[in-house]
Structures are given as structure tokens and as C-alpha cells.
Design a protein around this ligand. Structure first.
Ligand code: 23J
Ligand code: MN
Length: 262
């Protein structure tokens, strides 16, 4: 089948409902959790603001619109390579310069929800990824890999950031996990937690290995993804597109998955 027929059939399948569009995005608003960094980095991302300009009133009789205060790294969002010092020199490492062809790709969903529910500091390592591959199939070059923790169900509760006097406790990848995924040639790594790294990843070597190693290799990160339980382990397409912010280091996204039905 040629590409004309493939895209035509995809269009028909979308219209017929055979391909479901799953929203992997959380609501972006004043209640959206924002990452808390240690106090030595005291300049925080502000909470999201949605300020009304008008809503069919004296400030705009026929129209409703708002203006926002919005950090790049807020809510369900994209990390571009320039976000981390290891990725600082890529000319195509910004939200306005990256190659959009890379953003639409098959997604591998590694279900760690049981382990994460039992242990908020659960770490997925390379051995865990390889065990997943032997069950579900190989992770291929250009694909997304996302860790299902079901952490989206905790948004709005203290258990999302899950911080105590030892810092934040949320699951994520080990150093060797990210190294292995990069050896497979992935386009990026996504998570349902506040950031692509585990809560305790500041103590790893290198610190924050997902950020450090993904962006060093011109790869992307996705954070605060939702509804990964509605995706198959393999067989869906993930569309994760940042706003074209001028030399942006990241952006809120509307993450959409194309999932075959039945
Ligand atoms: C800035 C500094 C450290 C981290 C982060 C941002 C994120 O997680 C992010 O949103 O990219 S760990
Ligand atoms: Mn980020």
C-alpha cells in the first residue's frame, strides 16, 4: 500500500471511530501542580493564571477571551534539549527550531503502575525495559517511550509531588535505563510525574539523568502525561507538540495518542 492510501485510510479510520484519539493531557489552570526546586534555586515558575479579559460584557460585548501567566514547564509539557546544559549547543534544540517530524511517532508504554503504587520511589532500570521488550517487542529508533505510573490520578493531592523532609518522592528512570533507551535510538522519554526524572534523581550520578542524558543526545522529555492506562503497550501513535515559543526550552502540550480500537 502506498503512502497516499495509508494516509487516506488513517483519515477514514479516524472519522469512523476505529482509531480513537486519547487525550494524554492534564487540565492546565491555577490548580496545576508546579515543580518545586530546592531552595538554592529560589526563582520558581509561578502558578498558572487565567485572567479574564471579557465574557460578553462591557469589556467585550460579543466575545470571551483570557490572558495567561504560564511557565514553559507547567502541567503536561515538553522538555526541549536546550532545557539542560548538556543540550545547550543544539541549534535545533529549541521549541521553535526542532524537527517536527520527530514529534509524531509510535509510543511504547511501559506499565509500572503496580510497582509505583507500592513504592513511590520505584525506579525503572535497563533490565526492566529489556524484560518489557521480551514480552511486548523491541523498542525501535525514533519511537517514544513512556512510563505508566498512573501518577495522574494523584494530581490535586499531596501525593502527586509527594514531598517530605527528605524531598520529593516520585518514580522515574535509572541512569542505565536512559542510557539503554538512548542506545535504542528513541526520540524521547515521558512520564506521568511532575518531571522526567524521579523525585530523588538529584542524588544520582549524573544528577537528573533523564534531563542530563536525553538532552545531551538531542532527545525530548514529556512530563505530567495523563491517561496512559488507556494506551496499549505497543501500537499507538503519540503526538506531542510544543508551542513554537521563540527559543523556548519547553512548552505545555496537548498530548494526543492515536489508538486502534478493538
Ligand atoms: C528545572 C530544573 C530541574 C528540573 C526541572 C526543571 C524539570 O523537571 C522540568 O520541568 O523540566 S528536574
Ligand atoms: Mn520540564
Amino acid at each position: 500500500m502506498g503512502s497516499v492510501e495509508i494516509v487516506r485510510d488513517l483519515g477514514a479510520m479516524l472519522l469512523s471511530g476505529q482509531v480513537e484519539v486519547v487525550d494524554c493531557t492534564g487540565v492546565l489552570g491555577p490548580d496545576t501542580p508546579i515543580i518545586q526546586l530546592p531552595p538554592d534555586f529560589a526563582k520558581p515558575t509561578p502558578k498558572v493564571e487565567i485572567n479574564k479579559i471579557s465574557e460578553y460584557d462591557e469589556d467585550g460585548p460579543f466575545f470571551a477571551w483570557n490572558w495567561m501567566v504560564l511557565g514553559e514547564h507547567s502541567g503536561t509539557h515538553f522538555d526541549a534539549p536546550h532545557h539542560w546544559i548538556t543540550g545547550k549547543d543544539y541549534p535545533d534544540g529549541f521549541t521553535d527550531t526542532l524537527d517536527v517530524q520527530r514529534l509524531v511517532a509510535p509510543v511504547n508504554v511501559i506499565d509500572c503502575s503496580a510497582q509505583c503504587n507500592a513504592d513511590p520511589d520505584f525506579l525503572l532500570d535497563a533490565a526492566g525495559v529489556k524484560a518489557w521488550e521480551s514480552e511486548h517487542g523491541e523498542i525501535n529508533a525514533g519511537e517514544w517511550v513512556v512510563m505508566r505510573s498512573d501518577w495522574d490520578s494523584r494530581v490535586g493531592e499531596a501525593e502527586f509531588l509527594n514531598t517530605d523532609d527528605t524531598g520529593p518522592h516520585s518514580p522515574g528512570p535509572t541512569v542505565d535505563c536512559i542510557e539503554y533507551l538512548l542506545s535504542r535510538g528513541i526520540v524521547g522519554w515521558g512520564t506521568q510525574c511532575i518531571g522526567t526524572d524521579a523525585g530523588q534523581a538529584g542524588g544520582m550520578d549524573p544528577p537528573y539523568p533523564a534531563h542530563n542524558l536525553l538532552h545531551k543526545n538531542n532527545c525530548f522529555g514529556l512530563a505530567s502525561l495523563a491517561n496512559l492506562g488507556r494506551l496499549p503497550a505497543k501500537g499507538a501513535i503519540l503526538i506531542a507538540t510544543p508551542l513554537k515559543i521563540e527559543h523556548g526550552t519547553g512548552s505545555p502540550i496537548r498530548a494526543l495518542a492515536l489508538v486502534p480500537k478493538g
